[in-house]
Design a protein around this ligand. Structure first.
Ligand SMILES: Nc1ncnc2c1ncn2[C@@H]1O[C@H](COP(=O)(O)OP(=O)(O)OP(=O)(O)O)[C@@H](O)[C@H]1O
Length: 278
């Protein structure tokens, strides 16, 4: 899927009246099958950009085009169909806690299924081999029948990525896919994601806090700051000076001093029951 935005200004509905817009006059174009990383300090507007591209939020002004169509001018049913052709993967995947991993992963296919097949798939997972293959890409094949609430934060994030591989989407918009992963897992996950998008011919746009991952895995990097474009370059042309300017006063983010990886952090066990003997 090819897409373009022109002079986009975006405001979150809950933002204070005097707050600056999250995006301030942003114009970008993406070719079909392209792979692009979006970087920039916290609050730069990276997530908002994905929400605009996903037609999850209308811009305050400016134009959005997906495959040449203007989504916000489409009738509601056509807009829904268009949304079914793209996937917005949030940083924390919304996985129902008591669900099995297999059900959570296969749920990615629901937009392409009829109502009866969707309901049936909740009780009888339809394609266990496909779910297993997707999970194996993220080293999680052994967790296929585990309950989601028994996974660590990093494992849940990787289930979310496995789900992306099964989505029948032409556009993958992935928000901070590595935030809970250790460096080794992060490298493996990025490799699997970019290879799968390439094989599928899907356009992949990913926000990333890890600048080294953006430079290592993507041929094009967009830098955002304060809702504006700082640069949009082939990766080979991004210089240390541009990165230093982009993260000026946010050097700790450039150096990757972020929250610890969540791969080994499991949900807290319930406190032991206190038994009173009389
Ligand atoms: N739901 C919301 N309601 C109000 N304001 C919001 C909301 N979400 C984001 N904003 C504001 O929009 C601006 C851009 O936020 P956004 O989440 O797009 O940045 P980001 O670059 O993705 O940040 P981070 O790297 O911390 O996730 C920020 O000033 C933020 O405070």
């Amino acid at each position: 899927m090819k897409l373009a935005i022109e002079s986009i200004v975006a405001r979150h509905p809950a933002a204070r009246d005097d707050a600056e817009p999250a995006l301030r006059g942003l114009s970008l174009a993406f070719a079909s099958g392209e792979q692009v990383a979006v970087i920039g300090p916290s609050g730069a507007g990276k997530t908002t950009l994905l929400q605009i591209l996903a037609c999850a939020m209308p811009p305050a002004s400016g134009a959005v085009r997906l495959n040449g169509e203007s989504p916000w001018d489409l009738p509601r049913s056509a807009l829904q169909r268009l949304r079914g052709r793209l996937l917005l993967a949030p940083q924390v995947p919304p996985l129902p806690p008591r669900q099995r991993v297999i059900t959570a992963v296969l749920a990615a296919r629901l937009p392409a299924m009829g109502l009866w097949a969707s309901v049936r798939s909740l009780f009888y997972p339809a394609d266990i081999p496909a779910a297993f293959d997707a999970l194996e890409q993220f080293d999680l094949g052994d967790k296929i029948f585990e309950r989601v609430d028994r996974l660590s934060g990093g494992e849940r994030q990787r289930v979310g990525l496995a789900r992306t591989l099964l989505a029948p989407a032409e556009l993958w918009l992935v928000d901070e896919p590595l935030s809970a992963l250790d460096p080794t897992r992060a490298r493996q996950a990025m490799q699997s994601l970019t290879e799968a998008a390439h094989q599928r011919g899907a356009t992949l746009i990913s926000t990333l806090h890890q600048v080294d991952m953006a430079l290592a895995h993507f041929p094009r990097v967009i830098g955002l700051r304060d809702g504006r474009l700082a640069f949009d370059l082939p990766t080979a042309e991004v210089t240390p000076e541009q990165l230093a300017r982009l993260y000026d006063q946010f050097e700790h983010e450039l150096l990757g001093e972020t929250a610890p990886a969540m791969d080994d952090v499991r949900p807290a066990a319930p406190p032991p029951a206190v038994m009173h003997c009389r």
